[in-house]
Write a protein that binds this ligand. Structure first.
Ligand code: FES
Length: 125
């Protein structure tokens, strides 16, 4: 069996939603101290819906594929749904990741949560 599923390879080679949203309503940034990979997530939010989402990932192929898939899973979705997105759902949507690459999908979940936290903090100001 190939180490990486076709979906992982597809999202790694043609990542969706790569880039920066200059006037984002929320920005989240997370990193993994062990591997040194960094993920940044930008969101436009309108009336509780994530209308646009982009990411920049300085990291491994699995992290790129995970962030690409994660953005696809939350784009156009309500904040409440995005809040509940787990790394398991991202991994499943990618048809699996090797065990030692699961933390890459955790990074995607954390980046989304970090952006949503930023959004909540901005609302308080
Ligand atoms: Fe650390 Fe992939 S090796 S995010």
């Amino acid at each position: 069996m190939a180490l990486y599923s076709e979906k992982v390879m597809d999202h790694f080679r043609n990542p969706r939603n790569v880039g920066v949203i200059e006037d984002a309503d929320a920005v989240g940034e997370v990193g993994n101290a062990k591997c040194g990979d960094i993920m940044k997530m930008y969101m436009k939010i309108d009336d509780g819906i994530i209308t646009d989402v982009k990411f920049e990932t300085f990291g491994c192929g699995s992290a790129i594929a995970s962030s690409s898939m994660a953005t696809e899973l939350i784009k156009g979705k309500p904040l409440t749904e995005a809040m509940q997105l787990t790394n398991k759902a991202v991994t499943e949507a990618l048809d699996g990741l090797p065990a030692h690459k699961i933390h890459c999908s955790v990074l995607a979940e954390e980046a989304i949560k970090s952006a949503l936290e930023d959004y909540e903090n901005r609302k308080k100001q």
